[in-house]
Design a protein around this ligand. Structure first.
Ligand SMILES: Nc1ncnc2c1ncn2[C@@H]1O[C@H](COP(=O)(O)OP(=O)(O)OP(=O)(O)O)[C@@H](O)[C@H]1O
Ligand SMILES: [Mg+2]
Length: 249
């Protein structure tokens, strides 16, 4: 079971869009996928057109088993929803004397083997929930918006993984995903080149700026449902194929 955490402490870089459309893409290709929303904004469920009554918070609080809280979002795609109730949980974890960083891994351990892939969406913060996500996951995917100078945020975040890797050796930065690519903007190309120079093969084919991607959540749809021929659907399918190929090796 592969566990990919989509993360960067900077906001609005395309984490949630990536988590949803990568997870949905993998499910469309026949994988059994679990999408976990660790953001108190709870946008993943809304973007998929769902109104869950329970989710990750209840599982982490020990009130429900993971299976009882997973919603069938699409065929082959389960969702453990985030939302405001995660905020209280943050305080509970912070109060633990030790082992707090493994709360998510422990809470989700009954699911081991039940899915082919787990995709975790995180909030734009370096907090106990982010640390928990990184102690749970094995692979990190960092989306980097090319329209702003995001390179520093990426370098800082990648460096912050180091101390966690000391205790969780399986954790690896696996994908750097350029987002909001706009070929008309010179800066976009420049930042892309810089990324490749720093991160080489980890850099994926960019996700282009595509207005359809920003419209789809408002209709509660993935990009494949909302606009299957759009550049956004093509780009996220390419990412999906890359992740699938890595899974075979
Ligand atoms: N490639 C794209 N082209 C156009 N719009 C996009 C693209 N990717 C994401 N968006 C839109 O940009 C906004 C921010 O994206 P998203 O919510 O995925 O970022 P995020 O990193 O999860 O943000 P946060 O840090 O607040 O959780 C959203 O409105 C989304 O629909
Ligand atoms: Mg988000």
């Amino acid at each position: 079971m592969r566990k990919i955490v989509v993360a960067l402490s900077k906001g609005g870089v395309g984490k949630t869009t990536t988590a949803i459309n990568l997870a949905a893409g993998l499910a469309r290709r026949g994988k059994r996928v679990l999408l976990v929303d660790m953001d108190t904004q709870g946008q993943v469920a809304k973007a998929l057109g769902l109104e869950p009554r329970v989710g990750l918070a209840e599982v982490m609080a020990g009130e429900l088993l993971p299976d009882e809280a997973v919603m069938e979002a699409r065929e082959g795609l389960g969702l453990l929803a985030g939302g405001r109730s995660l905020a209280a949980l943050k305080r509970d974890i912070a109060r633990k004397d030790f082992g707090g960083e493994r709360s998510l891994a422990e809470a989700l351990s009954p699911l081991d083997g039940g899915y082919d892939q787990v995709i975790v969406d995180t909030a734009p913060a370096w907090d106990v929930l982010m640390v928990n996500a990184l102690f749970y996951g094995d692979e990190v995917l960092i989306p980097v918006a090319l329209e702003v100078l995001a390179l520093q945020g990426l370098v800082d975040f990648a460096r912050a993984l180091g101390p966690i890797q000391k205790y969780h050796q399986n954790l690896a930065l696996r994908y750097v995903l350029p987002t909001f690519m706009d070929r008309r903007v010179k800066k976009s190309d420049e930042i892309h080149h810089q990324l490749v120079r720093h991160y080489g093969d980890l850099v994926c084919e960019p996700i282009r700026y595509n207005v359809r991607l920003s419209e789809a959540p408002g209709y509660g749809q993935t990009i494949y449902e909302y606009s299957p021929t759009s550049a956004g659907a093509q780009d996220y399918m390419k990412l999906t194929e890359r992740v699938l190929q890595d899974g075979q090796s």
